[in-house]
Design a protein around this ligand. Sequence first.
Ligand SMILES: C[S@@+](CC[C@H](N)C(=O)[O-])C[C@H]1O[C@@H](n2cnc3c(N)ncnc32)[C@H](O)[C@@H]1O
Length: 216
Amino acid sequence: MTEIAPDGSPVLLYASLPSLGEARLIHEAVRAGSQILELGAGAGRITHELIGLGHQVAAVDNSAEMLAFIRGAETLLADMETLSLGRRFPVVVLASNFINTPDPQNRRTFLECCARHVLPSGQVLLQGFPRAWAPDTEWSRHGDVRLRLRRYELDGALISGEMQYEVGGHELFHVFESRLLTDGELDADLSAVGLRRRRSLDERGAWTEAVPESRS
Ligand SMILES: C[S@@+](CC[C@H](N)C(=O)[O-])C[C@H]1O[C@@H](n2cnc3c(N)ncnc32)[C@H](O)[C@@H]1O
């Protein structure tokens, strides 16, 4: 099984990668037993741990092959760009560096999706590249997965790279382009969709909590 999601993510990889602490961090930032909308949930790596921590999760992804791995959550096969559920959640999670997408219009579209699905009193939790990102091309192991940044080019704030993975006897590759954002740039994008940055959730500055501008 080596299916690839429409965005180039290898399904086998995300079905095999263990939690890397994301769910615990989310859990500590939200109320007990929250209803969480998780955008780009993949094969449920974060979803399953959030459920184990007592939250209810609605998991959105545009890959049916990814969603097929998810158990115990409402699954929604949809593009974030057009998702309009007509209901709002206390917590919306956009992990996996979606906010670092190089196209500003795409970035805005992802954030609009967060804004139209969060309650006025709610939280949007965003994971991006840490403030002081530095390339690390060493191999690392996470459960049964070995991975490394195989190659990269830096052009100002733009990163073009290729990840290499070894999992279940398969070698997988994922080419990506990302853009490092300053706090000011993120603030401008958030403000454009009616959100504001409230705090960082970790020391590296990879996780940001944003809230509706109207929230006190
Ligand atoms: C890098 S994977 C991360 C999956 C999961 N968040 C995790 O950390 O394990 C990104 C996921 O987002 C999904 N995705 C990418 N673009 C999307 C879009 N525009 N709308 C919905 N899902 C999308 C992909 O299918 C993939 O499952």
